[in-house]
Design a binder for this molecule. Sequence first.
Ligand SMILES: C[S@@+](CC[C@H](N)C(=O)[O-])C[C@H]1O[C@@H](n2cnc3c(N)ncnc32)[C@H](O)[C@@H]1O
Length: 236
Amino acid sequence: MPPPDKSPARIAAMFEAIAARYDFLNHFLSAGLDRRWRARTVRELQLAPGARVVDLCTGTGDLAIATARAAERTRVVGVDFAGAMLRLAAGKVRQTGLAGAIALVRGDAAAIPVRSGWADAATIAFGIRNVNQPERAFGELARVLKPGARLAILEFGEPTAPGLRALYKWYFRAVLPRVGRLVSKHESAYSYLPASVGAFPSPVEFAAFIARNGFTDVRSVPMSLGIVYLYIARKC
Ligand SMILES: C[S@@+](CC[C@H](N)C(=O)[O-])C[C@H]1O[C@@H](n2cnc3c(N)ncnc32)[C@H](O)[C@@H]1O
């Protein structure tokens, strides 16, 4: 299979188009597990009151919101290049009364609109897989994070247990794209999802990538039997 096209214009257009159904499909297709994955991600950050956090590929803002609630006076900058996703995030931020804690900025992960050394932590949930030039995004993360700051990345994996792996592949490649297409009315977004997960490095390879790109103490934690991995690291 050819590698999925990750040109920023294509990816942004895809998320612009599916934004309205994104949250529903997220919760439905993961049977609500996505909330647990984000909660664990936030716990791993061990934020102190007043912490400053960058959430790259913030989308509709769920992780930014969970992070802002984690400790008093936390400030989060959520960055995403899809305006429709950010508009939904802005509505949720207002509804949850977190407008003073979360700033949403339209921008690219390869040029983070935050000054150097500003952040105590950074997060990316289900976003790095879509980034065309991950090395540039990591260069930017290393720039904006303070030395020793934590990085937490959530990304899909594939279960390792043989029976479960086969079942999961069937769900991910046959069921999920059909349901996604039906609900989102987008031809390819939910076929791109399994294709991009299939093309993503293995947990061992991705942990090594993180370690090569400015971070240390890298851990990869499988969650929900390996459907998702949480990568945790500290900036060198
Ligand atoms: C699968 S969604 C994840 C959203 C959110 N983090 C979540 O967990 O629900 C991926 C998001 O990453 C954004 N994105 C992908 N590549 C990006 C890039 N290079 N710069 C900024 N945003 C990007 C997309 O617009 C989309 O909103």
